[in-house]
Design a protein around this ligand. Structure first.
Ligand SMILES: [Ca+2]
Ligand SMILES: [Ca+2]
Ligand SMILES: [Ca+2]
Length: 290
């Protein structure tokens, strides 16, 4: 039987109102969380440990290469391991993604290896800038310096991004000008929520500048490249798979043919979207009554 005070808001016991309010606020928070998670869709992921470079990548002269001393650097579940894609400076690595689901932003997450004697900002041999662009718009352009501590590196990593600096991780060296550095660039907010809504994306990676030198002098590499889009509402109805950060053991995308190799909605896509909307509506209804 319905309690009489439920129909008389002003006479509800205060403890009951507080409890209902707490439940409603909790439902709202949960709905928001579900909605936010649901909107994220993985469109490309590789750990570069497959037998060949994924077909979505045009590597130029870059090659799959063992990570040497970089192995194990990175947070749990997102560490350098196996191979990475190693490039000489000046070379452009391009990732082409087609057939993207509706979205308003794109995230480009990866581990970055600054290898050997990159020289930072300045005049030759300095002038080594790592640029990342989406559809021709450069959203990251920073110099990296490894050769001497006095060189000028423009990139100041946010907390948690730098994994190693000025230590020997392999390739040329050890020591002298050939120490190395490592960064979890995906943890830098500049690589997330990049405005983008087109159905295709052309993403380029390059170290350019007047300081570019040969592969045995300076180079760079990426591992665990993970691209997702967000903001387009509930994901498509393809096989639902929980989204996880890139891991050293993730299956590299090797799908042949055009289009994104892995369009994977987070959790169960439309069903969770509807659940989020229902929860939010119920929570608002109860809050208005309290
Ligand atoms: Ca790898
Ligand atoms: Ca080195
Ligand atoms: Ca240089």
């Amino acid at each position: 039987m319905k309690a009489a005070w439920l129909d008389q808001p002003d006479r509800r016991p205060s403890f009951a109102r507080a409890r209902l309010r707490a439940v409603a606020v909790g439902a709202l928070l949960f709905a928001g969380l579900v909605g936010a998670v649901t909107a994220q869709t993985t469109v490309f992921s590789t750990n570069f440990d497959g037998a060949s470079i994924p077909p979505e990548i045009s590597p130029g002269t870059a090659l799959l290469t063992g990570v040497q001393g970089y192995a194990g650097l990175g947070p749990a579940g997102n560490q350098f391991g196996g191979n990475f894609l190693r490039s000489e400076t000046a070379n452009v690595v391009t990732l082409q993604l087609n057939g993207l689901p509706a979205h308003t932003s794109i995230n480009v997450l990866f581990l970055f290896a600054a290898i050997d004697s990159l020289d930072g900002s300045g005049v030759f041999p300095a002038g080594d800038f790592f640029d990342v662009s989406v559809d021709g718009v450069t959203f990251f352009s920073e110099s990296f310096a490894n050769a001497t501590p006095s060189q000028i590196q423009s990139y100041v990593p946010p907390a948690g991004v730098e994994l190693a600096r000025h230590i020997d991780l392999g390739f040329s060296g050890p020591g002298s000008f050939f120490t190395d550095s490592a960064y979890n660039l995906g943890a830098d907010p500049v690589f997330s929520n990049i405005p983008h809504s087109a159905s295709s994306a052309t993403i380029t990676f390059q170290i350019r500048g007047e300081g570019n030198q040969s592969l045995d002098d300076e180079s760079w590499a990426m591992d665990n490249l993970f691209v997702s889009v967000a903001g387009g509402g509930p994901g498509p109805t393809t096989t639902p798979t929980p989204t996880t950060p890139p891991t050293a053991t993730a299956t590299p995308t090797q799908t042949a043919g055009p289009g994104p190799a892995a369009v994977v909605p987070t959790l169960s896509g439309p069903m969770l979207g509807l659940l989020a909307l229902a929860l939010a509506a119920a929570a608002v209804f109860f809050l208005r009554r309290l």
